[in-house]
Design a protein around this ligand. Structure first.
Ligand code: AGP
Length: 598
């Protein structure tokens, strides 16, 4: 997703460039800045990585006290310098994150008014509209609000105006925006991760609340009514996260999971979950996207099996268009690592309109989804930089596991001894995970062999079907190998037609109550000469003759925590396959860390 940042401070270009560096993890294809220097706006842009922009700035150093910056993830218009932000018209320069749905009509109107456009972006209409109203002698705030009133769609804007007074403005609708008051300056950004050390206090503006930032003050000035801003402490860590000795953030985050799960399994947050009255719940609906949706799928099994609560899960972009029935005493849980995913935020707003009780399960506590939910549970994963989600997924599962046990306790559905066994499994979890990570070199061999294929089928059963789906997503999103996942029992209902020597099948087969069923699915695969890869325990290996680089052995794992453990080899497989193929593991092509457009 696009990232925006702005600063009003001495040598404002420095915190802006630092902020753009912090936003790189979101994924982007071009970048640029506008700065007020010697009483004029200078705009410098570059295609590709931030280093290209810094190169251009090094040959033409500029400085000033009012600056905006942007990393672009192309939605309208190719990734090139012309389409890069900021977009400028006269004395107005704008950076935008979001989509203006009615930009073509606005562009035609502006062309009729004599405006000329350079780019093929939707965003470029915004500075032209503001400039048009300034030319009609409107005050800066009025011109901005008049322009904004004509936009349909989503936006978070940084607006630089060179006029009688040099001001930076910020305003949003549906896209995330944070304002910060520092000791030596005022700042705005797409997310608090972009803010530097001088950002102790933050404020999250409401939709269409116009914020004016200058050297002396930060004002909320919608419709020229100045409103006092109540800043809160910035909980987002502002230190720059480093890869350490790892080759990528993703690798670092995979190996961080052991300590994170150790902390979650001992740090007894259970009291945190008792604020939810599970006892009287009729239904839980869990809504999410991507990897977070697969966490929801696993959680469904745990809530139903251990707490006897009916659970419905849905993909956020589908949920609100299918007229879902929201019942009395229903809890709608919205799972989102970033807390800014537009599809999930829109689904949350729909559920609230139907009076559902809403709970956000997020990694960023001050995020939009958290702020708009009745309850928020944090997953304590720490900043996740790799676009492919790993540690956030296992932390989501960990919190869901604890919630399911809390629900089981409140509903007295399990015996004390059963609850104790499930809690004990959870305490063992990080130590079993550690053993698997210690055998990561075995997975490198499997990845090397698997990365020769163009297509792969992933099979799982029961609670491991979502893990097969997550494994397929991990592999395809960073290695670009086409991978799709099926419940193993579904193979014979169609996908088996795909099997031949060129269609390998990877089966997740740790010992569990469905192993015998899975074994017959594996035999179906072998009977069609499809290359077979298995992630399972040695009981399976005795039945099937596989090479070392086709079998990754798992220890015996308590059934309740199988999904959390089985995803680790999947993550390693994706990481090493992508490395074998020389892909950019942390910033895969076309992807963004936080998808803030629908
Ligand atoms: C996960 O590896 C992907 N990057 C993606 O599917 C992600 O899980 C999805 O976009 C949801 O993001 P969220 O958890 O921040 O809402």
């Amino acid at each position: 997703m696009c990232g925006i940042i702005g600063a009003v401070t001495k040598s404002a270009i420095e915190p802006v460039l630092e902020g753009l560096g912090r936003l790189e993890y979101r994924g982007y294809d071009s970048s640029g800045i506008s700065i007020l220097s010697n009483n004029e706006i200078q705009t410098i842009k570059a295609e590709g990585k931030l280093s290209k922009l810094k190169q251009r700035l090094s040959v033409q150093p500029i400085d000033g006290d009012c600056c905006i910056g942007h990393t672009r993830w192309a939605t309208h218009g190719r990734a090139n310098v012309t389409n890069a932000h900021p977009h400028q018209c006269g004395q107005v320069s704008v950076v935008h994150n979001g989509i203006i749905e009615n930009y073509l009509n606005l562009k035609q109107q502006l062309i009729q008014w004599g405006h000329h456009f350079n780019s093929s972006t939707d965003s470029e209409v915004i500075p032209h509209l503001i400039n048009h109203y300034l030319a009609q002698k409107m005050r800066q705030e009025e011109a901005i609000e008049k322009a904004i009133s004509q936009l349909k769609g989503s936006y978070a804007l940084g607006i630089l105006i060179n006029g009688a007074s040099n001001n930076l403005y910020a305003i949003k609708q549906d896209s995330p925006l944070v304002i910060s008051q520092g000791n030596s300056g005022a700042y705005m950004a797409s997310d608090a991760m972009a803010l530097g050390a001088d950002s102790g206090k933050v404020y999250y503006p409401k939709d269409n609340e116009l914020i004016k930032l200058n050297a002396n003050e930060i004002k909320s000035c919608s419709r020229s009514i100045n409103k006092k801003i109540h800043f809160i402490n910035n909980k987002q860590c502002t230190k720059i996260v480093s890869k350490g000795d790892h080759s990528s953030f993703m690798e670092k985050e995979i190996f961080e999971q052991v300590d994170l799960l150790k902390r979650l399994s001992v740090n007894n947050h259970t009291s945190e979950y008792s604020i939810i009255n599970f006892k009287d719940l009729n239904k839980i609906t869990i809504i999410a996207c991507g990897t977070s949706y697969y966490a929801a799928s696993v959680a469904k099994s745990w809530f139903e099996k251990y707490a006897n609560i009916s659970v419905e899960i849905d993909i956020a972009s589908e949920y609100r268009y299918r007229s879902p029935i929201v019942m009395d005493n229903e809890l709608a849980i919205f799972v989102s690592q970033s807390g800014e995913t537009a599809d999930t935020l829109a689904a949350l707003r729909y559920a609230k309109s139907k009076k559902a009780q809403t709970l956000a399960l997020v990694n960023v506590v001050n995020s939009s989804i958290a702020r708009e939910s009745n309850f928020t549970f944090e997953i304590y994963a720490g900043p996740e930089i790799g676009v492919a989600s790993t540690k956030a997924f296992t932390c989501q599962l960990a919190i869901f596991y604890k919630m399911a046990l809390e629900a089981a306790k409140q509903r007295s559905f399990l015996k004390e001894t059963e609850l104790a066994d499930l809690s004990n499994n959870f305490v063992q979890l990080p130590y079993i995970m550690e053993k698997i990570l210690q055998r990561c070199s075995a997975m490198k061999k499997m990845a090397k062999k698997l990365s020769n294929y163009k297509n792969i089928l992933f099979l799982g059963r029961g609670m491991l079907t979502p893990i097969a789906q997550e494994g397929a997503l991990k592999l395809k999103e960073i290695s670009y190998i086409h991978a799709e996942a099926y419940a193993a029992g579904e193979l014979k209902h169609g996908p088996i037609a795909l099997l031949d020597e060129q269609m390998p099948v990877l089966v997740i087969a740790p010992k569990n109550t469905l192993t015998d069923k899975l074994l017959s699915n594996i035999k179906e695969v072998q009977a069609r000469n499809a290359p077979l890869f298995i992630i399972g325990d040695k009981s399976i290996k005795e039945h099937i003759n596989l090479q070392d680089d086709e079998f990754f052995e798992l220890p015996l794992i308590p059934e309740s925590i199988l999904p959390v453990i089985s995803v680790i080899p999947m993550q390693l497989l994706a990481l090493y396959s992508a490395q074998t193929l020389g892909k950019n593991v942390d910033q895969p092509r076309n992807l963004a860390k936080s998808v803030t457009v629908e």
